[in-house]
Design a protein around this ligand. Sequence first.
Ligand code: HEM
Length: 543
Amino acid sequence: MGRCVFQSVRTTQTWVTFIRTHIKNLNHTLPHHKRVKASSSLPLPPGPPADSIWGNSFDAAFCYRRFELWTQEYGPVFSLRQGIPGLGGTRTIIIGRHQAAVEIMEKHGADLSDRPNSVAAGDTLSGGMRILLTKSGERFKKLRKALQSHLQPKSVASYHPVLTQSARQHMLDIIEEHRTMSSDTSSFVSTRHQDHARRYAAAVVMALAYGKVPDSYEDPEVQAVNRCLTRLGYAMRPGAWKVDVLPFLQYIPGYLNELKSGHKEELGLFKSQLQEVREKMVRNARGEEVPSSFGKYLIEKQPILRLSDDETAYLAGSMFGAGSDTSASAISVALMAATCYPLAQKAIQDELDIVIGRGRPPTFSDQDSLPKTMAFIHESFRWRPVTSGGFPHRATKDVIWQNYLIPKGSTVIGNVWSVGRDPDLFPDPERFDHTRWIVSDAEGRVSVRDDLKSYPFGFGRRVCPGQHMATASTFINLALVLWAFNLTPDTKNPIDTYAFTESANAHPMPFNIVFTPRVSVKPGDWEAKKWEILKEAFETYGF
Ligand code: HEM
């Protein structure tokens, strides 16, 4: 008698795997919409083979790129397991295509607005008050409501003057770097343009949070906030604190002391920064002007928003962490794209020349007349997204998608890198092509497609509330840089467009750009005069 196939299956564990595999294999042969329900429950989305105890192992560095390969292999939604769920392990569902992200993260937004437990960075270091890590619930709703109302496009427009002023300083920083670094008068290799972008972003976020612009990136307050951010970044690194998988560790005396003192330090810093605004408001009663800021808004509305003093301080303080690093990286990526794709750069400069001319620098009032420039920005967000791997959500209920089960308690991640490589929407995805974002109507009028532009900022109810601010910052800086300069690569140091930091918010590794002013001078004039003319344009133009 032939050996029955079931005789080789010895343990319950292998039984389960055996049945799951067969259901999965059967399902794989069917189109998504026809996939069948398993006998007692729906199957998990498919995924790469996993060790029966440890689950899937993969390198955490640039895992979003590995996840794109698994999306191509296993489909738009796949599952991973690390350890044993329920015994300190996690089940993670990765979404890699746009339609699936909308169907899961937008349609089931209410069931996916939670964040995974974070004892180290969330509960201890941030005291549960840093909105990025706050669990869903009453506190999250209060914090989110306060943020959202202040970061709507209309409120962002009230910050245009400070954004413009800081972007103008950004241009002057580039010109100043030329003056100090270069003996060649016509162009120069900038090695510090990323520092200039960082200074810009720090300045606007400080202005947004507290209504003041720091003198430099070396400003002691900026440095103090950056120290807090470095600590946060370290605490959030997967595996940095075992307490996130083994929560009982938090009860070991002394174990969390380092994070507790970090919390004390940052709460003290955030409170003192907000106190300064409070004091200004008191002096305002005696005639001192108080610039508008998120901090001022929170103080005025604190009773209506039902925020405690600590929550108010944290909300304003967390702004820097969420908005500064990300905006600086987005600006650097846009400049990297312009440098590496000269035809796209020229298309933007031609548009700037037609719409604005060389007589005055661009402003926010030109934004609606510059669809190619806006398309370029959305393409740079797609090409090298800042938050490439997305940010984890947690399912608070079972979610069913196309006969697959996303179980309650799983971590759900919309992989921004993959969604931007969705072949149905972005064919030949590694190519930078701003024209993918341009649509024309019957009369040939061009505009920017609107339906896809928010995914680089996350999904559902946790979508980035700062996205309008981030887009505005990238617009004004890119438009001013390309109005003023031609960007070319430094032939001695080619740019590696895949060289990024491994952090959650990816930054390009340092790269050089050659800046050449686009100013025409009369024959006989010195080339050097171009820099003076440009400087004058930025210093004197009435922004
Ligand atoms: C290019 C720049 C930026 C990018 C790429 C970006 C991206 C993101 C992403 C992917 C998330 C997580 C969304 C999710 O969980 O699905 C997020 C959250 C957040 N962002 Fe941004 N962001 C940027 C700039 C900003 C700015 C300028 C601000 C504020 C001024 C800001 C404030 C926040 C806050 C407060 C959260 C937490 C929201 C929550 O957990 O409910 N971001 N951002």
